[in-house]
Design a protein around this ligand. Structure first.
Ligand SMILES: C[S@@+](CC[C@H](N)C(=O)[O-])C[C@H]1O[C@@H](n2cnc3c(N)ncnc32)[C@H](O)[C@@H]1O
Length: 235
């Protein structure tokens, strides 16, 4: 069955779970989410001068990791269409004392509020799967990148090794949605997670999409037994 990814519905879902989002992220990934974001930032090979757009920034964890890395990004523009996720992200950025280096904007991944060829890097962590037409999100990141600009995408994937699947898939499909529902009080959001990952394009198709959008040097790097894939590419 096709999953309803209309923007208003997805934004409302993230608004509803925002308060528990970070806690559940760390809990359900056993803290691996921080490691995955750092791997993505590392792949950008930052020098300290870059302007980055972090698409589907949510509560701004990638944006904060990008400016906290050393060397880190000079500036990050975080874009998301969930007002509640952004509100919590803004409070975290204030606490970190990085308001001068991170700005947040409410907007859609397919219409980024950034000029053409204005960014040295673009990131999206666990967001592209939610975009109704992911190819439009990729094309938009391509547009805002400068020639030579780097892209890093993190997304959940289904491990290919039989042993890992045997252990991970029951957890991901049955245990995780129950914990998510109990803690967030929102059942549909944490059933949506495995359903949207299961129906999302596999890494080889994602690489084809990236090439079709004009990206070169695109790679799919499995992280943590392939439960997450880091996609890297250049404009
Ligand atoms: C799973 S969260 C990931 C948040 C953050 N990147 C992280 O690593 O924790 C997905 C985020 O993508 C946002 N999102 C999904 N589709 C979007 C779209 N088309 N435009 C803007 N934001 C979108 C949601 O509102 C949500 O905050």
């Amino acid at each position: 069955m096709a999953i309803d990814k209309r923007p208003a519905r997805v934004a409302a879902m993230f608004d509803a779970i925002a308060a528990r989002y970070d806690f559940l992220n760390h809990l359900l990934s056993a803290g691996f989410d921080r490691h995955w974001r750092s791997r993505a930032i590392l792949s950008l090979q930052l020098t300290g001068r870059e302007a980055i757009v972090d698409v589907c920034t949510g509560t701004a964890d990638v944006a904060m990791a990008a400016v906290s890395a050393s060397p880190g990004a000079a500036h990050v523009l975080g874009v998301d269409f969930s007002g509640e996720m952004l509100r919590l992200g803004a409070a975290k950025i204030r606490r970190l004392g990085k308001t001068n280096r991170i700005s947040l904007a409410r907007g859609d991944a397919t219409r980024l509020p950034a000029a053409t060829a204005s960014m040295e890097a673009a990131t999206v962590a666990f967001g592209i799967r939610n975009v109704e037409k992911p190819e439009r999100g990729l094309a938009e990141m391509y547009r805002v990148l400068r020639p030579g600009g780097r892209l890093a995408i993190l997304e959940f994937s289904i491990p290919t090794a039989a042993l890992i699947r045997a252990v991970y898939l029951p957890y991901f499909r049955y245990v995780l949605p129950r914990i998510g529902r109990l803690v967030s009080g929102h059942g549909p959001a944490y059933s949506y997670l495995p359903a949207s990952v299961g129906s999302f394009i596999p890494p080889d198709v994602m690489l084809d999409l990236l090439r079709a959008c004009g990206f070169r040097e695109s790679k799919a790097i499995p992280l943590t037994f392939g439960i997450v894939t880091l996609y890297t590419a250049e404009k």
